[in-house]
Structure formats: C-alpha cells, structure tokens
Unconditional design. Structure first.
Length: 103
C-alpha cells in the first residue's frame, strides 16, 4: 500500500518533506503522495515540524520529545534531546541559528 511505503520512509528518515518523498518514491504519483501525507498528518501519525523557505518537513509523532536547531544558512537540522521537563515546552518554536559548518 502506498501509505505503508510512505510511512516506511519515515521510519528510515528523521525528517521528510513532500519533495523528499517524491524523490524517494518516483513510482508513486505526486498527488497520491500528497494525499497520503495529509492523511497521515490528520491521523496524527506524522506531524509538521517546520517549514523553511521552500518546503514543510514532517516527522513521526511517536518520536521522543526533542527540539530542532535549524541552520539558517544551509538548512542542516540538529536534534536536541529534551533533558528538562518544562510544561508546554513542546510549544516553543524550533530554534534557528548558524551551524558549525557555516560559521
Ligand atoms: Zn525531529
Ligand atoms: Zn549550516
């Protein structure tokens, strides 16, 4: 099933955008990938993580709580494990900055 194929990609990759999936799964029609992505999001299996200038990235909702540090220059994403418990911490938006490769 197409939905399972898409979901499998999320098990192999931390973050994926619609364009990533289109590249990885050329045998599935773009509109079908888009529909399944939206369905997975609606079913709360995946969630929207952040949007850069071009595209929106998604990850599995079941992943442990963590934050993303996104490089404003190259788009590289670092994962920061949440070590402290702060109420509503997950509602803090993603952090942006310049990664060590770009600075
Ligand atoms: Zn993540
Ligand atoms: Zn960078």
């Amino acid at each position: 099933m197409n939905k399972d194929k898409i979901l499998k990609q999320f098990n192999n990759n931390h973050l994926l955008s619609l364009n990533n999936l289109i590249d990885i799964l050329p045998e599935i029609e773009k509109s079908v990938i888009y529909r399944n992505l939206k369905r997975l999001e609606r079913d709360n299996i995946i969630k929207e993580v952040f949007t850069n200038s071009k595209e929106t990235f998604y990850e599995l909702s079941s992943l442990d709580d963590h934050q993303h540090l996104i490089c404003e220059s190259c788009g590289h994403v670092e994962t920061i494990q949440k070590k402290i418990k702060i109420k509503n911490f997950s509602e803090v938006t993603n952090l942006t900055g310049i990664c060590s490769d770009c600075s």
